[in-house]
Design a protein around this ligand. Sequence first.
Ligand code: PMP
Length: 363
Amino acid sequence: MTISQLARANVLALEPYLSARRLGGSGDVWLNANEYPLPTAYQTHAGNLNRYPACQPPGVINNYAAYAGLSPEQVLVCRGADEAIELMIRTFCEPGQDAILCCPPTYGMYAVSAETFGITRRTVAALPGWQLDLAAIEAQLTDVKLVYVCSPNNPTGNIINPADLKHLLEITRGRALVVADEAYIEFCPQATLAGWLADYPHLVILRTLSKAFALAGLRCGFALANPEVIQLLLKVIAPYPLSLPVAEIAEQALSAEGLVLMRDRVAAITDARRDLAQALSECDCVLEVYPSESNYLLARFTPESQAFKALWDQGIILRNQSSQPGLEDCLRITIGTKTECARVITALRALPVAAERTRGEVL
Ligand code: PMP
């Protein structure tokens, strides 16, 4: 047998998630991974690396619990929100039997993680405005153990209506867990569902230090849930999910000073987002800029502008969303520094199609 023949059939059939890093590109303006554009300074003192770290370092857990307004028993720390997405599947879904449900256009890792483990992926397309189609979700719930909802949603940037989320929690009670991915919640903190955990034992919230905390390279994320769920996840998680330096830096990022810096970053990104949205909406090659509550903007471009390729060739790397349902000719642009945003706008204004369009309209 060849090595490939030895691999699991679902892995052979799997189309892997193409992360921004894997997609490559070469350039100096990287706006394709929703990272914070500037580095952050942290100290590590981890000298005694001969010892294993704690599985759930108390300094990280306690700081996160205080930040989220929860008790430490409601917090699990792991290797990025991506690991939490996978832990949920490994803990709650029986391969070949159970399903997960998600509502595209949305983050791609829910589907990829499910397929990796031989779990059926069911999709219910979002309604216009990218809200939940609750009737269709209810009709599709058979065998579904996990419903993944991303709010604010990546890549569309909108928040899911709280009343719809409540409805979703009601129709899933006793049947399935609702996993609310709040990777971008720091950009709209009032929308968090953390306060709902007391009422919904089947609610799980995913968080990360990769976005507003400017630590995508650290690989640190969280699951927030009631203790019964956290205890089950702790049975499945790797023995030492965080290295000592990661735990040290995460604890600093979640200190009182770290939180002040995070909130300053959020304010700056929110200002820059407003300016970029305005400038984009004035570009001839842009058909629509969608409202966003996050650190990125989704915009629809004229097909003739070939904006993604034109900017890619100039070293300005954006994220093409055209393959997602309903997002033809849409690009997602991470909010970068003012200079980076200006580079995007200058490049878009220079697209030849923009000039032709304007001429066409004049004629
Ligand atoms: N959820 C969403 C919606 C995301 O956009 C991302 C980052 N791409 C993640 C989860 C994963 O985040 P992390 O870096 O913590 O694994």
